[in-house]
Write a protein that binds this ligand. Structure first.
Ligand SMILES: Nc1ncnc2c1ncn2[C@@H]1O[C@H](COP(=O)(O)OP(=O)(O)O)[C@@H](O)[C@H]1O
Ligand SMILES: [Mg+2]
Length: 273
């Protein structure tokens, strides 16, 4: 018989009354309360400094709430952070892989397969197959033996996304995976994530200051500016009043050819179907 917990829909995030303060006194998040069901493909948007990265780090247990809590699939970010780390495949905002380290593309992607598993072991043929497939999904299949530092910014970001795809865990969290990448890499990353979400029971959380390349695919949008300005379907978030509260009075929603576009200083054009 199914237990009560198994019958309830799982919450990807259950956030209540959350406040986060850095040691220098800066309160990056306050009064953050929202819930999102899993699995979902969601975007967290807001201008620079609105607390997006802070939220992800708090959810991962890297920062401790000053007040309130974040639960990720039922696990508390403070008390169960080991469990959360095993569930989440995290791509931080700036990759921490030093470019002076002579790693090859394959080493980076295989790291995703090996690092969470204890004890450390060598890559199996299955690991290699999964890693190769993940690279193919971002059109980097022929780069297996290439030195990582020789790649362009967009190609490096594609490798990091491939590493997350190759990892295990029910949630992918990517912090600004599209920034500093060329248009081709953006398209490849967005398509790979969309396809992965459709074919697997995983939730994907993408932090971005620009919803443009993503918003026809995501199911939920969280508008953040130190606190929750709005949360819901992308359609309901493309609202002039909400958008101006996040991006300021210069942000506009424009209708053209049956689509709604959000024009902001920060993001350029956001198409909305
Ligand atoms: N390590 C830190 N120490 C102090 N303040 C920080 C630190 N990291 C971020 N902040 C501040 O917290 C706020 C939110 O930052 P962040 O979460 O990085 O925003 P975003 O990812 O939306 O650009 C900003 O005002 C930023 O200056
Ligand atoms: Mg950030």
């Amino acid at each position: 018989m199914l237990g009560r917990l198994e019958m309830e829909p799982k919450l990807l995030f259950d956030v209540a009354d959350l406040a986060v303060r850095y040691p220098n006194g800066e309160v990056a998040l306050h009064d953050v309360t929202f819930r999102v069901k899993a699995p979902t493909f969601m975007a967290i948007i807001g201008p620079n400094g609105s607390g997006k990265s802070t939220f992800l780090k708090t959810a991962l247990g890297m920062l401790r709430p000053l007040k309130g809590h974040v639960k990720v699939l039922g696990y508390d970010s403070t008390h169960d952070k080991g469990k959360i780390r095993r569930l989440v495949r995290y791509v931080p905002q700036r990759d921490r892989i030093g470019l002076s380290v002579p790693m090859k593309v394959k080493d980076i992607v295989l790291m995703g397969r090996l690092l969470k598993k204890m004890p450390l072991r060598f890559a199996s043929s299955r690991d290699i197959e999964i890693a190769r497939n993940a690279l193919k999904q971002v059109n980097m299949g022929d780069m297996w033996n290439r030195p990582f530092p020789e790649l362009s910014g967009g190609q490096r970001q594609r490798v990091l996304v491939a590493r997350a795809l190759a990892e295990e865990g029910q949630i992918l969290m990517l912090d600004e995976p599209l920034s500093g990448t060329d248009a081709e890499s953006q398209d490849l990353i967005v398509q790979a994530l969309e396809e992965y979400h459709q074919n697997n029971e995983v939730s994907i959380v993408v932090v971005t200051h620009d919803l443009n390349p993503l918003h026809t695919m995501v199911e939920n949008v969280l508008l953040l500016k130190g606190t929750v300005v709005g949360i819901g379907e992308p359609c309901s978030m493309m609202d002039p009043e909400l958008i101006s509260r996040v991006y300021g009075p210069t942000a506009k929603i424009v209708e053209y050819g049956g689509h709604r576009y959000c024009v902001t200083k920060d993001s350029g054009f956001d198409r909305h179907d």
